[in-house]
Design a protein around this ligand. Structure first.
Ligand code: SAM
Length: 253
């Protein structure tokens, strides 16, 4: 029986499962980590590939089910809670992430991926449609926000397809969206990441206000106080604008 507090909705459509797995390129990495394998609807297609598959699952019943029903899966595959991963055990090798994610921790999963982007060249996964759309959103839209800017600073995002509620057991309340992330850190970001995140978060936390107002909490450097971006709202700045602005800010600290 599905456990609601673990975000369990099991995908029942094999064609969709196969399409999600085929969203990965399987190039330039030898390892994959699946988040929340559940009863293994994606896992069985991953096991056909050359890459080694780690399984991050916290539900013991699912773990027992997977070990019992798939000869290739043993205790060795399991790595526990995805949000607790530090990826130390992969010894700096590259690893792709895949999953039909538990929707209660969607943003935390995405932030975890950004925190380890140097190890993660690719991610394909399903989120609630609204979150999937936010990651792919462009400036001057209502979906464009912290998640869009932080993800797109590190990854190219492509929205693959929408999935209807009725192909899950039990059906979730909302539609789902599958996205693909391909690592492509934007120029000028590296080394300025802490400040970049602070500026993006402060800007969108008061998204109706001009940046001259919303960024006051961060003590805008004197030399930047007449910067043209301060006259705009966060949603009017592109990802590259935010990065360029962060760089100038840092040079004037
Ligand atoms: N992959 C299966 C499928 O497509 O049918 C299950 C998907 S279900 C939406 C989400 C899965 O994530 C559940 O199996 C749940 O137990 C697991 N899960 C929940 N929180 C987790 C966490 N913090 N780390 C790893 N897995 C988690």
């Amino acid at each position: 029986k599905a456990k609601k507090h673990l975000g369990q909705h099991f995908l029942t459509d094999e064609n969709i499962a196969r399409k999600i797995v085929e969203g990965l390129s399987f190039e330039n990495y030898n390892k994959i980590m699946e988040v929340g394998p559940g009863m293994g609807v994606l896992t069985k297609y991953l096991l056909e590939k050359d890459q080694y598959t780690y399984l991050a699952e916290i539900d013991n019943e699912s773990i027992e089910y997977l070990k019992k029903n798939y000869v290739k899966i043993t205790e060795e595959n399991f790595v526990g809670d995805f949000l607790k991963q530090d990826f130390a055990f992969i010894n700096n090798e590259q690893i792709a992430i895949i999953g039909n994610f538990p929707y209660n921790i969607s943003s935390q999963i995405l932030f975890k991926i950004i925190d380890h982007y140097e190890l993660i060249p690719e991610m394909v996964g399903m989120f609630q449609k609204e979150v999937a759309e936010r990651t792919a959103a462009i400036p001057r839209t209502k979906d464009y926000g912290i998640l869009s800017v932080l993800i797109q600073a590190y990854y190219d995002v492509s929205y693959m397809f929408t999935v209807h509620e009725n192909v899950f057991n039990p059906p979730p309340k909302v539609k789902s969206g599958v996205i693909r992330l391909t690592r492509n850190p934007k120029e000028g970001l590296v080394g300025n990441e802490v400040l970049f995140k602070q500026i993006v978060k402060a800007g969108f936390n008061q998204r109706r206000k001009k940046l001259s107002n919303s960024l006051k909490v961060l003590n805008i450097p004197e030399a930047l106080k007449t910067h043209e971006f301060l006259d705009k709202r966060a949603e009017e700045l592109s990802v590259n604008d935010f990065i360029a602005f962060t760089k100038q800010w840092k040079e004037n600290l």
